[in-house]
Design a protein around this ligand. Structure first.
Ligand code: SAH
Length: 214
């Protein structure tokens, strides 16, 4: 971090571009949402580095360029309803909230949901609903969704998430074994089924079934 916060943020945006985040709406959203709010404690002064950082409950806030690449791969439109699985710090949900009509975000850890909700209120992000839930089951009461973004890795795309995607909808998620390199994939739902394409290699914390202790 340099002496000048404005310079840090300028460098942050240049790094995003150089790593392939080129969608103007996504860049604008990432310019407006200050990652500094979502990183607390020891790591606060590293908020503008393009690196994942620890958050409570043994989880991580994702690397900003990956947040940008996933947001743009999701092709979110202004009228879309989006489900995010894995609220974590709330950073990704905050970015999505500027790109669509409504975001539902779920995490299995109550503490993370409570802290993220407080931040959404503080930042005036009123179109995000955060819930404590096992996201591997989706969110049946508000399904179907135009877009689904999963920010924890499963071995395969969970069946309930596939079925809660609208026809014409898109889901982006990392798949693969825990602790190995995983593949970020994009799933498109058509009348007749699903198309899959592989986007890049990534590394996420695992999607764990059931609710957390905290
Ligand atoms: N999107 C977050 C980073 C997520 S880290 C951000 O912007 O900061 C992955 C998150 O997925 C963790 O918070 C973890 O608790 C959550 N998670 C893992 N398995 C889950 C499940 N089955 N349901 C809901 N959340 C889950």
């Amino acid at each position: 971090m340099s002496e000048d916060p404005a310079e840090d943020r300028m460098r942050f945006l240049l790094t995003l571009r150089s790593r392939g985040v080129t969608d103007p709406r996504v860049l604008q959203a990432m310019e407006r949402i200050d990652r500094g709010h979502f990183v607390r404690g020891h790591f606060e002064d590293r908020a503008y580095e393009d690196t994942p950082l620890p958050i409570p409950c043994g989880q991580t806030i994702s690397q900003p360029s990956i947040v940008g690449l996933m947001s743009q791969a999701l092709e979110v439109g202004p009228r879309d309803t989006v489900l995010e699985v894995g609220t974590g710090s709330g950073y990704q949900a905050a970015i999505l909230s500027l790109l669509c009509r409504r975001v539902y975000t779920v995490d299995r850890h109550r503490r993370l949901v409570t802290e993220a909700e407080a931040l959404f209120r503080e930042l005036g992000l009123t179109n995000i609903t955060a819930r404590v839930a096992d996201g591997s089951r989706g969110l049946p009461e508000t399904a179907p969704f135009d877009r689904i973004l999963v920010t924890a890795a499963a071995e395969d795309p969970p069946g309930p998430l596939l079925s809660q995607l609208k026809i014409g909808g898109i889901m982006v998620l990392p798949v693969g074994q825990t602790d190995a390199v995983q593949t970020l994939i994009r799933v498109r739902r058509h009348e007749a089924g699903y198309d899959y394409d592989e986007l890049r290699q990534v590394r996420f914390v695992p999607l764990v079934e059931g609710l957390g202790q905290t």
